[in-house]
Design a protein around this ligand. Structure first.
Ligand code: G
Ligand code: G
Ligand code: MN
Length: 395
């Protein structure tokens, strides 16, 4: 903010994602929280400011006569204080969190659209770094343009077929016979690089492109199943957020129908965080998918501190013990104890257990002794391109 004249600032205030997804699973509590959101905002803006609800979770405000960056920071700090206290509803504390992005409106006041875009970028940046608010600067723009560029490259990659699924074998723990594979995405750029998902999945998840990517992954895995022996299954990773919003059941059903593949052969892996986010909708979605007949696995189990109360009602078929425990189980008694506990827990709920990250013969043997059902890891194979997988396992 420069010069001495007073400026208007455009702010976007959003009810945090975690707010609408975590905790408030019932429509009723969501409505309560949205009302509180509006009420408290009214307590924040001054009479001369303007504000408008953009949707249920987002409000646009125009703060008039903000003389300096410091003044804006004071306003933002007040916003923080106003939302600090939880809301008490029927004796229960409901935390309510917001994030904001601010951008100066050019002195002519004409370019509202630009200010809106810039406030949106600042809001994204604040969300990413888990801050209460951010003010637009050129820095925001360059971070975001990097991300936007990656997203368009991903969209193009999907279009021209640069994404591939690699397959990592899953074997029977006692007999080491092949029972299926996990599909793991790889990006072969035109420049000859192979990019692993840790470089692009997170960005894809923050952007819409995760949807077509996942649809593509499901279809291509099911297409693969159609060509593989009937007794083999394939697991596809699905982001929890996508499971929540999207038409995944329809995509799954269509793919199975087109290729004539039995639903039981398709496995969807979701991370443990689904147990913390938006339970009610998640449970419904998982139940719908299971009705189709596909199997559900909980991935990276043990890393998400989910509550056992949710676990009890979870409609899943399989648990994958996170590789961090498996890798260290022979050196660390604590990791061993966790591995044992997860195996018991799963079996008590009639779920199968997969150990991922099995790198040595000793660990494989130990897991078989512990009655783990399925093993996956470098000891057997790393993720392989489909052709290599087919050759290696003589499919
Ligand atoms: O093989 P590995 O480095 O490649 O995978 C890294 C992470 O990326 C894993 O945690 C895996 O869950 C995730 N991942 C791999 N492929 C996909 C995919 O097709 N969709 C999603 N959502 N995640 C994937
Ligand atoms: O979806 P998930 O997070 O479970 O993805 C599995 C990840 O673990 C992928 O990145 C895959 O390449 C990796 N991986 C598979 N087997 C092993 C293994 O034996 N050791 C280690 N360190 N990583 C593995
Ligand atoms: Mn996985």
């Amino acid at each position: 903010m420069n010069g001495s004249s007073n400026h208007s600032v455009l702010g976007l205030v959003e009810l945090s994602d975690s707010q609408t997804s975590a905790g408030y699973h019932s429509c009723n509590s969501l409505r309560v929280i949205r009302d509180v959101f509006e009420d408290r905002l009214k307590g924040w803006v001054r009479a001369k400011d303007q504000w408008r609800l953009l949707n249920n979770n987002r409000v646009c405000v125009i703060l008039k006569d903000i003389g300096s960056q410091g003044e804006l920071e004071l306003a933002a700090a007040k916003l923080g204080r106003i939302f600090e206290e939880p809301h008490f509803h029927m004796g229960r504390a409901m935390p309510i969190a917001v994030t904001a992005g601010f951008a100066e409106i050019s002195s002519s006041g004409r370019d509202m659209k630009l200010a809106m875009q810039q406030a949106g970028l600042a809001l994204n940046q604040a969300k990413k770094s888990r801050r209460l608010f951010d003010v637009y600067s050129d820095q925001c723009n360059s971070n975001n343009s990097d991300e936007r560029e990656l997203v368009s490259r991903l969209e193009a990659a999907l279009e021209v077929g640069e994404l591939q699924l690699y397959y990592q074998p899953k074997v029977h723990a006692a007999f080491h016979t092949l029972i299926g594979a996990e599909a793991l995405m790889r990006w072969h750029t035109s420049g000859g690089q192979v990019i692993t998902p840790d470089r692009f999945i997170e960005v894809a998840e923050r952007n819409e492109v995760i949807k077509p990517m996942t649809r593509w992954a499901i279809k291509s895995a099911v297409g693969r199943l159609a060509r593989w022996p009937e007794e083999l299954s394939i697991a596809v990773n699905v982001s929890p957020k996508l499971l929540l919003e999207d038409d995944i059941p329809a995509v799954v059903r269509d793919a199975l129908e087109i290729y004539g593949v039995r639903a039981q052969r398709l496995n969807l892996e979701v991370t443990e965080s689904i147990m913390m986010d938006n339970q009610e909708v998640m449970l419904e979605q998982l139940a719908r998918l299971r009705e189709i007949g596909v199997k559900i696995s909980i991935d990276d189990f043990g890393t998400g501190f989910s509550s056992l109360a949710y676990f009890r009602d979870l409609p899943v078929d399989e648990i994958k013990i996170d590789k961090s425990f498996v890798l260290r189980m022979l050196e660390s008694e604590k990791d061993m104890a966790i591995v044992k506990a997860v195996i018991d827990l799963a079996h008590n709920f009639s779920m199968k257990v997969v150990a991922e990250g099995v790198e040595t013969k000793e660990i494989a043997e130990h897991l078989a002794d512990l009655r783990c059902d399925v093993l996956q890891g470098y000891f057997f194979d790393k993720p392989l391109p489909a052709e290599q997988f087919v050759q290696h396992y003589r499919l």
